[in-house]
Design a protein. Structure first.
Length: 177
């Protein structure tokens, strides 16, 4: 084998080719992980008419949710989140609907999105703690309940959730406080 200059090229060994492909695949995997782990949420411009339609869909979802029609509520909240992906309130409602239907991984994702949109919105932390409590991950549940309490100390339901968790963990002296 020779090139245009008459120099001999070394024949490529099949193992070298596989190693090069494996390195390339590894680099692609690292890039995918880096993109997936990006915590910054990019807010997109939402036209006013889409924001209004999102609010209407969310209100319709609230009505369905109040009737305990969780699937129709979920569909309305999904529509609202598509129309306005910048609303932590909508993603919180979406997470609640997922958790009522016991779609816990989707609920976690929705609550984390809500938290990323507004890290000072305490209800998403409390609801995420409730999902972890339902999944029997008490350590994570306790940390999210405590975070919600630190953001809004006068919300009784946050304290009730934490107290219930502490009682479940047999920490009676802390659960009663």
């Amino acid at each position: 084998m020779s090139d245009k200059l008459g120099l001999r090229k070394r024949a490529e060994h099949p193992v070298d080719s596989r190693v090069r492909k494996a390195k390339f695949a590894f680099i692609l995997i690292l890039l995918q992980i880096a993109v997936a782990c990006r915590t910054a949420i990019v807010r997109v411009p939402v036209p006013p008419e889409d924001a209004m339609r999102a609010n209407t869909a969310s209100a319709e979802g609230d009505i369905a949710f109040a009737r305990r029609e969780y699937y129709p509520a979920l569909i309305k909240y999904l529509l609202a989140s598509t129309l306005n992906p910048n609303s932590e309130h909508i993603f919180n409602k979406l997470g609640i609907a997922y958790s009522r239907l016991r779609y816990y991984p989707d609920a976690v994702e929705a609550f984390l999105r809500s938290i990323a949109l507004n890290p000072k919105y305490p209800y998403s932390y409390n609801n995420l703690g409730s999902v972890y409590f339902a999944e029997d991950n008490k350590k994570k549940a306790e940390s999210y309940f405590r975070k919600a309490i630190s953001l809004k100390e006068d919300e009784a339901s946050f304290h009730v959730n934490l107290g219930t968790l502490l009682m479940e963990k047999k920490k009676f002296d802390k659960g009663v406080q």
